[in-house]
Design a protein around this ligand. Structure first.
Ligand SMILES: [Zn+2]
Length: 438
């Protein structure tokens, strides 16, 4: 039995906005066993056994020494802040190098939004402790109709009811949690898909529809709208979706890449952590970004980011069912590090309090995934997915960048490991990386 006691931490359980100062946490077998004061003393007493007890100071010292040298590791985290591990609620975990970057930034789980068989294998390997990276909860592939607007469309195209059945079957068989749709599926087929998915208990998430009224999707129980840019243009319609109980992932940071790189002259190397990506990834992003820039400039489309923000804000006025997702590794959105960017945007642009933003990265996605009894907040009996920060994230949301320790179940990543994990991908050669293709 290996156990840890984190002592004298300032605990933000995320069950409410208070901080429990000077609190200890006992972690055993990957679970939060106990929360309270002076847990070290009780652990020492337990080590001494119920019969002998601790009769003298000398005994106490001996027991403490045994505890320290043996099964219990005591970590003094005085002055630091403890919160639940972050959940990136919209990502594309398409290369193995990303796993350590996520952990370095306190992201202990991800919601992967395009899953193939290999992603399902990654998820199982992570759970079994054979892969270093966040736990993976994934949708299946992206299903769309014919869309001539997408060059080199790599999405799965559904043309017939048989295709819909196959999509549902593939998604369920691989253990994926959601069926993901893009907006060009033909209306009648879309209705059929929503009906069949619902009958089989499979929630549908994605980019809504270009051809079907969004309210029809809401009425059919469409589970989550991805990206502020996918929301309808009229406030009344956004309100309708919000009040239907639909979830929403704004992904504001990725929405901004379009105006930033296409029109505002931003470049990828300006990003603080661009150098921490593998060289081959940097090259691939540069080339993809060039294509995106050319395509949008030639179409002359110049989206107004203020409109996108105002749609997202409207949703948040009527619902608290929203999640912080980054859409990494879209060019410009760095795995792990972009999580803090998204949280800052929720505060600065969407008017969230720091607590609401943090909920969007913990409690909310845990509920969305159906894991609220295991993850997303800190209480006895829950999974030990924990981030230790060197600053109070409620006082300044930017303090989520100051990760000093991460627990993920039975794994402890200390400060040195975190620092290494945050930068070592920058030294990887292409042949050392597994990219997931489909
Ligand atoms: Zn995405």
């Amino acid at each position: 039995m290996k156990q840890y006691i984190l002592t004298h931490g300032n605990l933000l359980t995320m069950r409410d906005r208070t901080i429990k100062y000077d609190t200890d946490i006992l972690i055993r077998d990957g679970k939060i066993q106990k929360i309270g004061r002076n847990l070290t003393a009780s652990a020492v007493q337990e080590a001494a056994g119920p019969v002998n007890g601790i009769n003298s100071e000398a005994d106490a010292w001996k027991c403490e020494a045994d505890a320290l040298n043996g099964e219990t590791k005591i970590l003094d985290i005085s002055g630091r802040y403890v919160m639940p591990g972050l959940i990136d609620s919209h990502c594309h975990y398409d290369a193995d190098y990303m796993g350590k970057m996520f952990l370095a930034c306190g992201v202990t789980s991800v919601r992967n939004m395009r899953g193939y068989k290999r992603h399902a294998e990654y998820a199982a390997e992570t759970l079994a402790g054979k892969r270093t990276g966040p736990y993976i909860y994934s949708s299946g592939p992206i299903y769309d109709g014919e869309d001539p607007g997408i060059p080199d469309n790599s999405n799965e195209i559904v043309r017939t009811e048989a295709d819909v059945e196959q999509a549902i079957e593939y998604t369920i068989r691989n253990g994926f949690l959601w069926l993901k749709t893009y907006p060009s599926i033909e209306p009648e087929l879309y209705r059929y898909l929503l009906k069949r998915a619902r009958q089989q208990g499979l929630p549908v998430c994605g980019h809504m529809s270009k051809k079907l009224d969004d309210k029809v999707l809401a009425d059919a129980g469409y589970y989550c709208c991805e990206h502020s840019s996918s929301l309808p243009s009229h406030n009344a319609d956004i309100r309708y979706l919000a009040e239907s109980g639909m979830w929403f992932t704004p992904t504001q940071a990725v929405c901004e890449t379009l105006p930033d790189y296409v029109w505002n002259g931003k470049t990828l190397p300006e990003l603080e952590h661009f150098k921490d990506l593998p060289e081959c990834e940097r090259e691939s992003w540069e080339s993809r970004n060039r294509k995106i820039i050319e395509s949008y400039r030639s179409q002359g489309v110049r989206p107004d980011i203020r409109v996108v923000i105002s749609r997202g804000r409207t949703f948040l006025e009527y619902s608290d069912r929203f999640m912080a997702g980054t859409d990494c590794a879209y060019p410009g959105i760095i795995p792990g590090f972009s999580m803090a960017d998204e949280l800052e945007k929720l505060v600065e642009l969407y008017g969230c309090t720091a607590f609401e933003a943090l909920k969007a990265a913990t409690v909310n996605p845990a509920a969305h995934i159906g894991l609220e009894e295991k993850k997303g907040s800190i209480r006895e009996g829950m999974d030990a997915d924990i981030v230790v920060l060197a600053g109070n994230p409620l006082a300044d949301i930017g303090n989520v960048r100051k990760v000093s320790m991460v627990f993920q179940g039975t794994n402890l990543y200390d400060e040195e490991t975190i620092r290494a994990y945050g930068s070592e991908a920058g030294f990887l050669k292409k042949e050392e990386i597994e990219f997931i293709h489909w």
